[in-house]
Design a protein around this ligand. Structure first.
Ligand SMILES: [Zn+2]
Length: 379
């Protein structure tokens, strides 16, 4: 979305929202230090009213629905922390505070590709805060169906603003059943766990299906990843903080976004493809713990696989498909998928092998995918 002069105000608005965010986190911490009980959403809300009246009158200008939403976010983070579901809530760095949400249907007006955000302005002559609307035009990607549940305004790393409009519309048309099942082996994911010292490149198939099909990364994504490497190199040659360095940072950020979009597009298409062909899909689970210790590049590929699984979960739910996940420590590589005999002599370099027991010839990944399918169907 864009609007020359208002874009600046939008940035200021987010920065001001960040100040609210930081203030209330610090306030909770101070209360804790002083031995006071935790202040829940209602208590924070009451404190906010007090602040607006006394020390922080300028907060009256901010969209109140978005502030309420932020306080609810903080409250939820603390509740998760108290229930041992999450770590201690932390204050986001200013540049990492990137979004604000308007729940429900108030705080904004929407017409065609124009949105007005409700803020307040102080009227000097009347001595009171009055409604003001910040109008923006945006590029609409698709028609909005259903009733709007919430609107989120986001700023990305490239400094562009996005509106995410969530509606109650559900697409109920699901794909016809096929009676087919499939197991899929993700080479990068599985191998990294067992052989962290070996690098897996883009040459390997992204997914190997038990049907024998190998799904590769799309060519444009491969090219983009190569370009990403050269842009990174370019950045490292610049003097940190110089004009040239900042320019390179922006070019890199834009390219990252491009790669992320290409990858997401690939994931959606692949998830749709799998749902079109199979009723039951079996994958290996991810080791999220192990992922934290991974070197950067591989972490990205695993995070990407995680994103793929999330998309696939969504698609499976929508189309009534079953998605099974097989534990990562289940032996799926060494057993022969024909006779079940473990091939203990199998080494990583063996991309193909012959079963010493029954003589079947196997492709390493296809064999693993078949085993994954079998374990998935048995559980
Ligand atoms: Zn065999």
């Amino acid at each position: 979305m864009s609007n020359q002069s208002n874009t600046i105000r939008l940035g200021n608005l987010l920065d001001d929202m960040w100040r609210v965010h930081a203030y209330f986190h610090k306030w909770q911490r101070q209360r804790y230090k002083d031995g006071m009980p935790y202040a829940n959403y209602n208590a924070m809300s009451a404190h906010l009213t007090e602040l607006k009246r006394t020390t922080h009158p300028h907060w009256n200008a901010l969209p109140s629905q978005a502030i309420q939403c932020e306080l609810k976010r903080i409250d939820a983070a603390y509740q998760r922390f108290f229930d041992n579901l999450g770590g201690r809530p932390h204050i986001k760095a200013r540049h990492k505070f990137k979004s604000m949400t308007f729940p429900g249907a108030s705080g904004w007006k929407l017409k065609d590709n124009r949105i007005s955000i409700n803020v307040k302005q102080y009227n000097e002559t009347k001595h009171k805060w009055q409604n003001d609307f910040l109008p923006y035009t945006f590029h609409k990607h698709r028609e909005i169906e259903g009733k709007i549940r919430r609107i989120t305004l986001k700023r990305d790393n490239c400094g562009d603003y996005w509106l995410c409009i969530t509606t109650n519309h559900t697409d109920t048309e699901s794909l016809p059943t096929t009676g087919q099942s499939v197991g899929a082996d993700n080479v990068i994911q599985g191998m990294n766990l067992i052989y962290p010292q070996i690098k897996f490149g883009m040459k390997d198939a992204y997914l190997t299906l038990s049907t024998g099909e190998k799904i590769q990364h799309p060519q444009p994504l491969k090219q983009s990843l190569t370009k990403l490497r050269s842009l990174n190199k370019n950045l490292s040659r610049k003097v940190k903080g110089s004009n040239g360095w900042w320019r390179a940072v922006l070019v890199l950020a834009k390219h990252y976004r491009h790669v992320a979009n290409q990858r997401k597009d690939f994931h959606w298409k692949l998830a749709t493809y799998l749902c079109e062909r199979f009723d039951i899909i079996v994958l290996e689970t991810l080791n999220l713990e192990g992922m934290k210790r991974r070197p950067w590049g591989r972490k990205v590929s695993d995070l990407a696989f995680y994103q793929f699984v999330e998309i696939l979960k969504y698609k499976c739910l929508k189309h009534n498909r079953e998605l099974h996940q097989v534990g990562q420590w289940t032996a799926t590589t060494k057993p022969c998928s024909d006779c079940g005999e473990n091939n203990e002599n199998l080494s990583l370099s063996d991309r193909e092998w012959r079963c010493p027991d029954c003589g079947s010839h196997h492709d390493r990944d296809i064999n693993a995918a078949i085993n994954i399918l079998r374990v998935g169907l048995a559980t």
